[in-house]
Design a protein around this ligand. Structure first.
Ligand SMILES: C[S@@+](CC[C@H](N)C(=O)[O-])C[C@H]1O[C@@H](n2cnc3c(N)ncnc32)[C@H](O)[C@@H]1O
Ligand SMILES: [Zn+2]
Length: 300
């Protein structure tokens, strides 16, 4: 039987709070669940304990009221197959380098809307402990399994923890993280400010103007530039914009399955005509610019 005391990163467990009563969480004395209050003698004020299974999949479900939310199994599978093929490796390197630049050594990082943990696991390789939170249980499950496999291969201790949860109501105590990353996922600025330590950083990645322009040229007669993200932090959120950087590179996608997976990761998938879909499917290849805008904020 797995013992969560050795299986999970306990620094990350210490950042969690109960989604039901808000009390801090810890590993239950049974070693198989996370419990609010942490130990029998330190339960929440009403003496009640809420238990969350942390076993089988290696992730913990901390969104009991949102079951079935977030990306579907198919969406997660498509993105996993595309990302694992390495097309976005330059973006992952840029994000990991940015986190290293703005985070103290051994710092704690939260990946809000982490998907299948592609970026979280890259950031963890830089020596940080990373909590990934996603509303999709399929995403959290894939993230945890991938991290576990890589950790076993390298005989390392766990430096990641994955939870099902919403970025708008993070199952995390106040001022716990040095850095929050939010990559092509819903942005909840006030919540990120709450969980950041004073002076901590938020890195928000979104589509640059010409992100996937080559893909749009294939599917649309009149391709258009992307609008900037609308859900970025505003005045009053307690976050100050330091700078905006950009990571741009070109990918060539010959494999039609990978092309289809990339297409299904975009919002254009649902807005494209049948003709556009078939143009992408029958094209010999796809060569396209990939452009990530990286917004860096500091908590005031
Ligand atoms: C486009 S994907 C990006 C995933 C990952 N950050 C990446 O770039 O590979 C958006 C992710 O946000 C998740 N998501 C949607 N709404 C969410 C919410 N309210 N809280 C947490 N995650 C959410 C989806 O399940 C999905 O995994
Ligand atoms: Zn509780």
């Amino acid at each position: 039987m797995l013992d969560l005391n050795t299986e999970l990163n306990l620094r990350l467990v210490d950042t969690l709070r109960c989604p039901v009563c808000g009390a801090p969480m810890g590993v239950d004395p049974n070693g198989r669940s996370l419990a609010c209050g942490g130990t029998v003698s330190d339960r929440n004020p009403k003496g009640k304990t809420h238990l969350f299974d942390g076993g089988a999949g290696g992730y913990v479900n901390l969104a009991p009221n949102h079951s079935g939310g977030g990306d579907s199994k198919e969406a997660v599978r498509a993105r996993t197959s595309f990302l694992r093929s390495g097309y976005y490796a330059p973006a992952a390197e840029a994000i990991a380098a940015l986190v290293s630049e703005f985070t103290p050594q051994n710092g704690l990082v939260l990946d809000a809307g982490c998907g299948e943990g592609y970026y979280s696991n890259c950031v963890a390789e830089e020596g940080f402990a990373v909590l990934g939170v996603d509303l999709s249980k399929f995403a959290a499950d894939t993230s945890a399994k991938t991290a576990r496999r890589e950790r076993m291969n390298r005989e390392q201790e766990s430096s990641t923890l994955y939870a099902v949860g919403s970025v708008f109501e993070l199952p995390v105590v106040d001022e716990a993280f040095d850095t929050v990353v939010n990559i092509f996922a819903p942005c909840a600025p006030a919540e990120y400010a709450r969980v950041l330590k004073p002076g901590g950083h938020l890195i928000v990645a979104g589509a640059g103007e010409r992100h996937l322009f080559g893909l749009k040229e294939l599917i649309y007669d009149d391709p258009y530039l992307n609008d900037p993200r609308r859900d970025l932090p505003a005045e009053g959120d307690g976050l100050r914009l330091l700078e905006v950087r950009n990571a741009t590179f070109t990918v060539t996608v010959d494999d039609p399955d990978h092309r289809a997976a990339l297409f299904s990761m975009t919002p254009y998938y649902w807005r494209t005509s049948r003709e556009g879909h078939s143009r992408l499917a029958t094209a010999e290849t796809l060569v396209t610019e990939v452009s990530f805008n990286l917004h860096i904020y500091e908590k005031a």
